[in-house]
Design a protein around this ligand. Sequence first.
Ligand SMILES: [Zn+2]
Length: 354
Amino acid sequence: MKSIYAVFALLLNISIFAQNHDKELRDLYYSAQFNQLVQVSAEYLESDSLNPVFNLWHGEGLVELGFFEEGKPYVQKAIENIEDNDTRKPWALNYLARIEFLSQNKLKAKQLFIDCINSNTNPKAIESSKYLLVELGLHDFYSEFEVVESEHITFHFQPNSIVSNIDEFVELRENAIQKISEFFGVKIPKKIDFIVWNSNEDAKKIGIKSLGFANPQFCVIHSRPNQTLGHEITHVITHYLANDQIKTRFINEGIAVWFDLSNNNRLEIINNQKEKDSTQAIVSIKEAWNNPTVYPEWVYYTLAGEFINRILDKWGRENLVELLKNQTYDNAVLIYGNEIDEVIFKLENEINSN
Ligand SMILES: [Zn+2]
């Protein structure tokens, strides 16, 4: 008898042990600590290599860090070893769909998202799959769009596109991506899917949020026809400078404005915007850097673009790339020293004095 109790106790312990591990890994995932997630789940897999939960967390962590090919066998192993009615199964299908999309297997990706939705066991995973079908341009809705391929971009034009010269539109953006990739020395994992809408209203009809924007993780851009050539493409390219990048709105938008390939006069735009502001706030660049929502949009876009222009001018490309990997003010001080405050002070004076 005793030995049976001992076995029960042991099984109970193992089960609680596994649950604790699961909670630990879940917390790492939802706090976006993906490096830690990959490291800790790898340790648990050493003694329990078929465990579907550990395999799935490990695979998801790798995908989130951009190592989708490395993550694939773990997600596949999770699918093989997980019960059909387990609520994790839909997440496994959802992540395999993401991997297939990043590997340019769009039909497979679409089918896996649909399988996830049809499994009907996990509302959050289903919601994610429905969202990604639309966001990644896989939804049936897009079958009417005109597809045009260039070397690095797959364009999807809304039917009856208001773009009058599609050849020129394509060529200008293909040239832009080559220029931007070359500057940063970055190769992205797949061609950009560049979806061109006629209007915000049309995009909203299928649940696309306000245009335009990039989803850099998946190399997808949703664009209005009249956006600058470089802004969204820069978001995608710079995302691939590091796997565990720390972004701030001020620097992330600043570099996209700096590389928008327009001939906009930033100081003139800033002055015009300031006149329109009802608050007429005195701008602290450090405050804007640390807090993404305290000032009007022009601070995080045009002013940030001008700030990038000045630090690039003064300290060059390599230092800027280091800053883009970790975009915090503290990292800027590590890279540029206290002289960064002089650049900030000078620009603030120019902006706030007129
Ligand atoms: Zn942007």
